[in-house]
Design a protein around this ligand. Structure first.
Ligand code: GN1
Ligand code: MG
Length: 358
């Protein structure tokens, strides 16, 4: 813990810090809360530099986005702005991150009296839809350039190519396992259909927007009454299809099981959550959403469990080099769960289309 104190002291007054404790359950970065007078006051994060190789670009992106949103809120007279948008502290270097022993660290204010959830009610899902829609809407006139922090992050053609490479290399000999072969086979069987978004983009029919790209349900802060306070985890904000934010939220929130549920019977696609989230999202995006984007929102709801299955399986075959795991077959269990969710979402496609009138 001493090392954490010394890193934190480069951002905040060391004397004020009582303790530094783990926070959250992200699969990429390591996150801690810094306690001051018995309360969490700051969030300390070790940035995973293997995933985010250009930390300067990362922090520039985040600062551009948070400053833009802050200014908009100020001009709209929004109250309580410090609860509504993240704020990163400057370190002794004048930058919003430091490097110590080759590790990258940053500190942001902890948003007091806020809660995260792993599962939400339809009511919360509606407000989440409105908030993620609003988030994209606020960024439509962002002039500062936003770098593609992880190139091709949500490009399913690229993710499938990564899976092909993993299969071809078979680094740890997993392609001998029948279950792994079957999963690869099933993924490939529907790959063409799942690449629809990339084709529409190449044909010039589908735009990219500045999206959040990690709209897991636990990346939204709520107050004690269930009102949305703030969108967090801005690492992956970058140009993408709106499908990213719509699909990834439902991947987590409409799943009646968990992301890594070992019991596949728990996993179904909750259409009540879909309906509520879609309603909020369409309201939040009405100023800019094109018909081609709206028409393909049901496709997005199937694409994200599919893409996550591809990514988890790729990591499993590669020997678990990307996602944090808790046990050796964790990425395989995650793949099975995401594949089940994909199949469940596919079953709901007709109902989704009917609901949206597309
Ligand atoms: C990662 O770090 P976390 O948990 O917010 C991943 C997302 C995945 C998610 C799966 C940079 O997000 O893309 O959807 O795990 N982030 C990155 O839970 O790869
Ligand atoms: Mg994240």
């Amino acid at each position: 813990m001493n090392a954490l104190f010394s890193i934190a002291s480069r951002f905040v007054d060391l004397k004020a810090i009582e303790s530094i404790e783990p926070l959250g359950n992200g699969l990429i970065n390591d996150t801690y809360k810094i306690m001051v007078q018995g309360q969490p006051r700051y969030v300390l994060q070790r940035i995973n530099n293997a995933v985010f190789t250009d930390v300067d670009m990362l922090q520039n992106n985040i600062e551009a986005v948070t400053n833009h949103i802050r200014q908009k809120y100020e001009s709209q007279g929004v109250k309580d702005i410090n609860h509504r948008v993240l704020h990163f502290l400057k370190a002794d270097t004048g930058k919003t991150y430091v490097v110590e022993d080759g590790q990258y660290w940053r500190v942001m204010d902890f948003i007091a009296d806020s809660y995260t959830y792993e599962a939400v009610t339809p009511g919360y899902a509606y407000y989440a839809g409105l908030s993620f829609g609003d988030f994209e809407s606020l960024l439509t006139d962002l002039e500062a350039p936003i770098g593609e922090i992880i190139p091709d992050f949500h490009n399913i053609e690229f993710r499938l190519k990564q899976l092909d490479e993993a299969v071809a290399k078979d680094r740890v000999g997993l392609m001998r396992e029948v279950e792994v072969q079957k999963l690869v086979y099933r993924i490939r069987a529907v790959a063409d259909d799942m690449c629809l978004g990339e084709r529409l983009y190449r044909e010039g029919k589908l735009p990219k927007r500045i999206c959040h790209c990690d709209t897991k349900v636990n990346n939204m802060l709520f107050d004690k009454d269930g009102n949305v306070l703030c969108v967090i985890d801005l690492d992956t904000v970058m140009p993408s299809f709106v499908f990213s934010d719509f699909g990834d939220f439902l991947r987590s929130a409409a799943n009646t099981g968990t992301e890594d549920d070992p019991d596949l019977d728990n996993i179904h696609f909750n259409m009540e959550i879909f309906a509520a989230f879609a309603k909020g999202y369409l309201e939040g995006t009405k100023s800019f959403l094109l018909p081609i984007e709206k028409e393909n929102l049901p496709y997005a709801a199937t694409l994200f469990p599919y893409m996550q299955a591809v990514r988890f399986l790729t990591d499993y075959i590669n020997g678990n080099t990307y996602y944090k795991i808790q046990y050796p077959t964790h990425n395989l269990v995650r793949t099975r769960a995401q594949w089940k969710l994909y199949e469940e979402a596919v079953k709901c496609l007709p109902e989704m289309k009917q609901m949206l009138g597309v």
